[in-house]
Write a protein that binds this ligand. Structure first.
Ligand SMILES: [Fe+2]
Ligand SMILES: [Fe+2]
Length: 154
């Protein structure tokens, strides 16, 4: 059996981001489901465009503005996270080979979220002061409404 690290209890400020991650993972599942059901890529793209603009872009912005700023620019985890944000933004904005970009989003967004949950958030919690975490909690507004009507995954 592999040795598991005891999870540190997440600060409420980070729990907000984790709830948004749940919706990100759900998006990856919806894309997988769409592919399985042979849904037209353009139809899925309408949803992923909306999700990106409404949820993911603000999520990336909040992470970069409130959270990553607590780490030094030289920090490896921070560098990786920012690089992945830029890469994911490019994939969401890709309009040429939509099927390919959706398939890459499905893979890479999930990896990015797992990386933040497993490594980056732990680091943030280690270096941030209680005041800094409370400030994040106050500034960061959760946006979790998903009322998209074309539920191609159902
Ligand atoms: Fe992120
Ligand atoms: Fe995130």
């Amino acid at each position: 059996m592999s040795e598991k690290k005891k999870p540190i209890k997440r600060h409420p400020a980070l729990q907000q981001f984790s709830r948004e991650h749940h919706f990100g993972l759900l998006l990856c599942w919806k894309i997988r489901e769409g592919f399985r059901r042979e849904i037209e890529a353009e139809r899925m793209k309408k949803y992923t465009d909306w999700f990106f603009q409404t949820h993911l872009k603000p999520h990336f912005e909040a992470e970069e503005k409130y959270m990553f700023t607590l780490l030094s620019d030289e920090d490896k985890l921070k560098k990786r996270a920012i690089k992945e944000h830029r890469r994911l933004e490019r994939l969401f904005e890709e309009n040429e080979d939509v099927k390919r970009s959706l398939s890459l989003i499905e893979e890479e967004l999930e990896q990015h979220i797992r990386f933040e949950e497993r490594s980056l958030f732990g680091e943030i919690q280690k270096v941030a002061t209680e005041e800094e975490l409370e400030a994040i909690e106050k500034m960061h507004q959760e946006l979790l409404v998903d009322d998209w009507e074309d539920e191609f995954w159902k």
